[in-house]
Design a protein around this ligand. Structure first.
Ligand code: SAH
Length: 351
């Protein structure tokens, strides 16, 4: 059915841009991957850091505590999480934060989740905290008019991306079409003006690929608007790069294995690496006095005190639990595992 829907759309104009294709395949309200599947965890298609170690959520908990204190410990604080998955990250955060009653009292949690089935799972997982939480399918930045802290782990990489290729001195957008009923990438004949999105003084080579997600830019801008107006902080953690290598990063995953991007629609997770430099640029251009930092997940977790917390946890853990705890922490900080592939973009404005 998803194939029919895509084919009909392509029939109308001859092609669709990659971001429109991803939007439909991932989040079509009846047939999309996120709307119909349970993608995360051992039985799903991919696993995320909060599912691997509770210390991931705890370090974000410390980030929230630290910024709440810098804000002057306000008596009301919006805590927003985008794409909460199985609810584990927010569960670990709230378990830590409840040890600080004034902060726990101040917090109003808002979860932005498009999937009904994941919302249900989150509601079960977060049942002990349900009086503090509101769920939203769509983000409306107008709803937040006081100090706000925003968390998003592996949310931006799930948002639709655009792709352009540099050929014969011009950028051409990559589209998707059907040839003999087979889905294929093609280049738009018209060229696209994307110089404003590229690094300053950048001279592209033939064959280079440039990707960016207009949705990610909009979310980032909206986060920055709230934070700069009302005070707050954001931590965006994702699979992405700090230096663009100008190659395609489109990826499909099924059962923890790479799959074909243009196949089995609605059953594979489609992602692209997050273009962090463009997000940093957009934040700088807003000129809002934001404190911006981009680092690896490894450095973020180490400087948040993950090894110190690990030591304490190991002191109180049962002997048969210790190996798994250490393995989990290693996996999220090791360079060859998640530590360097994942980046953490933080920005804050403390009024
Ligand atoms: N943060 C979680 C899950 C990451 S998977 C973790 O770390 O485990 C991506 C999450 O974003 C899923 O919960 C998915 O349903 C949600 N999502 C994807 N696109 C979305 C959209 N456009 N709006 C809101 N949620 C979305």
């Amino acid at each position: 059915m998803l194939i029919n829907k895509l084919q009909n759309l392509i029939k109308q104009t001859g092609f669709i841009p990659i971001d429109q294709f991803m939007q439909i395949v991932l989040t079509d309200h009846l047939l999309g991957y996120y709307t119909t599947k349970s993608p995360i965890g051992k039985t799903g298609d991919f696993t995320t850091a909060p599912e691997i170690s509770q210390l991931f959520g705890e370090m974000l908990g410390f980030y929230i505590i630290h910024n709440w204190q810098l804000l002057g410990s306000p008596s009301k604080l919006n805590l927003l999480e985008f794409g909460p998955g199985l609810g584990t990250l927010m569960f670990d955060i709230l378990n830590l934060i409840k040890k600080i009653p004034a902060l726990f009292e101040a917090i109003e949690v808002n979860l932005i989740e498009i999937s009904d089935s994941l919302t249900k799972i989150q509601q079960e997982k977060l049942a002990p905290f349900k009086h503090k939480i509101t769920w939203h399918k769509i983000f409306d930045h107008q709803n937040y008019k006081s100090s706000t802290i925003i968390i998003a782990n592996e949310f931006l990489d799930a948002l639709p991306t655009k792709q352009y290729k540099f050929i014969n001195n011009n950028w051409h957008e990559v589209y998707i079409t059907t040839i003999n009923n087979k889905f294929e990438f093609i280049l738009n004949k018209e060229h696209s003006i994307i110089n404003h999105l590229l690094p300053d003084n950048f001279i592209p080579d033939n064959g280079m690929i440039f990707e960016y997600s207009p949705n990610s830019l909009n979310y980032t801008k909206n986060f920055a608007e709230i934070i700069s107006q009302f005070g707050g902080a954001a931590a965006i953690i994702d699979y992405g790069y700090t230096n663009n290598t100008f190659q395609s990063t489109l990826q499909a995953m099924k059962d923890h294995q790479k799959a074909n991007f243009l196949d089995d629609f609605g059953n594979n997770d489609l992602t692209s690496l997050v273009n962090f430099p463009i997000l940093v640029n957009v934040l700088k251009q807003l000129n809002k006095n934001l404190l911006i930092n981009l680092t690896s997940q490894r450095d973020f977790l180490l400087s948040s005190g993950i090894m110190e917390r690990l030591k304490i946890l190991l002191d109180i853990a049962e002997n048969n639990e210790k190996d798994a705890i250490i393995k989990g922490v290693n996996y999220i900080i090791n360079e060859q595992d998640m530590g360097c592939l994942f980046k953490v973009l933080t920005f804050s404005c403390i009024n």
